[in-house]
Design a protein around this ligand. Structure first.
Ligand code: KG4
Ligand code: ZN
Length: 341
């Protein structure tokens, strides 16, 4: 690849949970985006941290190599190496951060630690059209549910968040109760096709401001399935589509209700969603529908950029590189930090 002294070539590594991913970005343009998802966790009904870090160790070298080859970049051409700093599973984070920092040290180039949540939000700058600042982002993943006012790449303000479980967890745990494997979110969506979303109504958990709570919903689903199955052992099998459609409708309705309130209160019409649950077609459809009513400009990430990926770490690193914000060798390589700065 032709390179001048001003060319910024960043290798980005994501290893916060159960995906080993690497991407290369050149002057803010994504050149490769490689991901290896760990299937081993499916049979355990959730991510097993020790197995996850072992799988990251096995996959990190081939995934990084593939990302460099795809981008036609030699490792010696890199300007910086970025990695997910947190939040995430400690063992998994350590694999990516140690690899990235050792590589940057050996090449004599800076390393850049990236907040995983901020990276999900900045997904919207990988490809046109970009949202205008400030915009609101509903960040919905397996571990987090937040409404964020995004003022700049580094200035983000949390307007609302879940007080207990995340939206992705609500999907995954409901799926587990229905006997579906992990991760259950996409399977609930699949099984909901053709189901009646109004067949089963779960009581809404009311919390102040723009916050969320999903633990009451989770318990309501548990009791509902238990009670119905007592009377009819085949209840789940006979009503799978309607149950899944009703669960999905509850979560989507609840997520959008607070997002709508926050958008009205803040007078912001640039609205984005990010995180694994942003891959949900019903959420995307209902958000588009709502946007027509309010005249919002809505930004939906491509499916490949909704769930965990290294492209989002790469774009966040590009912004940080422009700011000259690098990680020192004496800093901790991971942190359980929040998205707010
Ligand atoms: O952002 P992500 O890949 O990882 C975390 O940082 O947590 O999000 C994973 C979460 C899981 O809970 C998964 O079930 C959920 O996103 N998810 C979905 C869909 N695809 C992934 N939930 C509902 N519908 C989907 N299509
Ligand atoms: Zn994530």
């Amino acid at each position: 690849m032709f390179q001048t002294k001003d060319t910024i070539i960043i290798l980005a590594i994501e290893s916060s949970c159960d995906d080993t991913a690497a991407a290369v970005i050149i002057n803010g343009k994504l050149r490769s985006n490689i991901i290896s998802s760990q299937l081993i966790h499916q049979k355990y009904g959730g991510v097993v941290p020790e197995l996850a870090s072992r799988a990251h160790q096995q996959m990190i070298v081939p995934v990084v190599q593939k990302s460099l080859v795809t981008a036609a970049v030699d490792i010696t051409q890199l300007t910086a190496v970025a990695y997910t700093q947190g939040p995430g599973l400690m063992g998994s984070l350590l694999v990516g951060s140690s690899y990235a920092r050792a590589l940057s040290l050996s090449l004599g180039i800076p390393s850049i630690g990236i907040n995983h949540l901020k990276a999900h939000v900045l997904t919207h700058f990988i490809e046109d059209p970009y949202p205008e600042w400030p915009f609101l982002c509903l960040l919905v993943s397996g571990g987090h549910t937040q409404i964020i006012q995004v003022n700049s790449p580094s200035k983000m303000l949390i307007l609302g968040k879940t007080l207990d479980d995340a939206a992705g967890e609500a999907f995954d745990k409901s799926a587990k109760m229905l006997g579906l494997p992990y991760p259950g979110g996409p399977l609930i969506e699949k099984c909901a096709v053709g189901g009646n979303p109004n067949k089963f109504i779960f009581p809404e958990t009311k919390v102040p401001y723009f916050d969320y709570s999903f633990s009451g919903f989770k318990t309501a689903v548990l009791y509902f399935i238990r009670d119905q199955s007592k009377n009819n052992p085949d209840f789940i099998a006979q009503n799978m589509a309607d149950i899944c459609a009703s669960i999905q409708a509850y979560i989507v309705r609840y997520l959008l209700k607070n997002l709508e309130k926050a958008a009205i209160k803040k007078g912001i019409k640039e609205i984005a969603i990010a995180g694994g649950v942003a891959a949900n077609c019903s959420l995307r459809h209902e958000l588009k529908h709502l946007s027509k009513r309010h005249g919002w400009n809505v930004y939906l990430p491509k499916l490949a950029y909704s769930t965990d990926n290294a492209a989002m770490i790469a774009i966040a690193a590009h912004f940080k590189y422009l700011e000259g914000s690098f990680s020192g060798l004496d800093e901790v390589s991971f942190a359980r930090e929040s998205v707010a700065s």
